[in-house]
Design a binder for this molecule. Structure first.
Ligand SMILES: [Fe+2]
Ligand SMILES: [Fe+2]
Length: 370
């Protein structure tokens, strides 16, 4: 006799012959299996529905009411749980055995069946059940962990967004730039990021970062921000420091992806492709790509907007200035590839401008949309 140490496996014994059914069940119980019994396929289905912990079925094939194969087919259809079938076949059942194979039956015992062969088959089936259940459990744990990580990531992303929006709101109290300008620049940059092929998460991050491009203006004296006429050389020099101040404000949070991009944008959004910008006069691809994109968005929106010291131009005139220059803005200021993308999709940017005119949103509204 084979001594199997298992104590908790539940086996459903299905046979229409009462003597065989009872004899097999009694024997298996003496071997420490828990046994359930059914006289045909239909009864077996009912027993399985009521016993979720049963994962092994030892069944005859030829039975009245519902035979073994039909039962296995029905169980496979309705039960998602792990089930191992051990089929006891007589001489005339070989063709049925082929069907059973197709239904995933792994064990066949030829009648007359020996106790030894039953115990060996049960042992293999039990090992398969254990393996399968532990795989499902580790898959479930992995999927739970993934869900929890996704939720934490979402939460972090939303708190980054909120922090960035609140910071952008501070600028409002200085009247350094209009909220709408900052929001529109964010939206142009988002549209550019989509066109360039950024993932939607990265595009959302860069949009938020771009809203903060002029955050450094909170550190510029009001007298310069409010000045009606053009700035003197010295005043302009002071104004250029908003890039360095912005970077100073954002640098402590650079371990957060939104603020890392925001730092690059705040510091470099006035750098020019031809090296004629500020604060460092760096050129070309030395300028981070997010800042190159933001520079195009910022200049377009500034041209379209009325400021204390200048009037607005329409969309076509803004494009003309960006492509031909006006003595202040020049096409060489912009990354040529990014400028081409901007020009090829220019109507999209006009729509963004038209959708969010100055004085159209409140501080509360901005926070709500975060
Ligand atoms: Fe700026
Ligand atoms: Fe700006």
């Amino acid at each position: 006799m084979i001594n199997d140490p298992r104590t908790t496996q539940t086996v459903l014994v299905v046979d229409d012959e009462l003597d065989i059914r009872d004899m097999v069940a009694d024997y298996l119980e003496r071997q420490s299996y828990r046994c359930l019994k059914a006289a045909n396929g239909e009864e077996a289905l009912l027993v399985l529905r009521e016993n979720e912990d049963c994962h092994i079925v030892l069944t005859d094939l030829s039975m009245p009411v519902m035979d073994g194969l039909e039962m296995i087919e029905k169980v496979r259809d309705e039960q998602a749980r792990e089930l191992q079938f051990i089929v006891m076949t007589g001489n005339g059942d070989k063709d049925k055995a082929v069907r059973a194979l197709r239904l995933g039956v792994a064990e066949f015992l030829d009648k007359p069946v020996s106790w030894r062969s039953i115990l060996e088959a049960l042992k293999r089936a039990g090992a398969n059940v254990d393996r399968s259940l532990s795989q499902s459990e580790s898959l479930r744990q992995t999927s739970d962990l993934r869900d929890r990580l996704n939720a934490a990531e979402q939460q972090l992303f939303h708190s980054h967004r909120l922090a960035a929006r609140q910071l952008a709101n501070i600028a409002r109290y200085k009247d350094a730039e209009t909220l709408e300008h900052c929001e529109r620049v964010g939206r142009y940059v988002r549209a550019m990021a989509d066109l360039v092929g950024y993932s939607s998460r990265d595009a959302a991050d860069i949009e938020l970062a771009a809203i903060l491009h002029d955050i450094g203006k909170v550190g510029i004296p009001d007298v310069l921000l409010m000045k009606l006429g053009p700035l003197s050389m010295d005043e302009f020099e002071v104004m250029t420091r908003h890039t360095l101040l912005g970077a100073e404000i954002l640098k402590e949070q650079r371990d957060n992806p939104v603020f890392e991009i925001a730092y690059d944008i705040a510091l470099y959004h006035h750098e020019c492709w031809d090296g004629s910008g500020y604060p460092y006069g760096i050129a070309g691809e030395d300028i981070p790509v997010a800042a190159r994109i933001c520079a195009i968005a910022d200049v377009y929106d500034a041209l379209r907007s009325e400021r204390r010291y200048k009037s607005a131009v329409d969309h076509d005139e803004a494009l003309r200035i960006m492509t031909r220059g006006d003595g202040r803005t020049a096409p060489d200021h912009f990354d040529p590839n990014m400028l081409t993308i901007f020009l090829n999709n220019n109507e999209r940017f006009a729509r963004i401008f038209d959708a969010l005119p100055d004085n159209s949103i409140t501080a509360t509204g901005v926070l709500e949309s975060a």
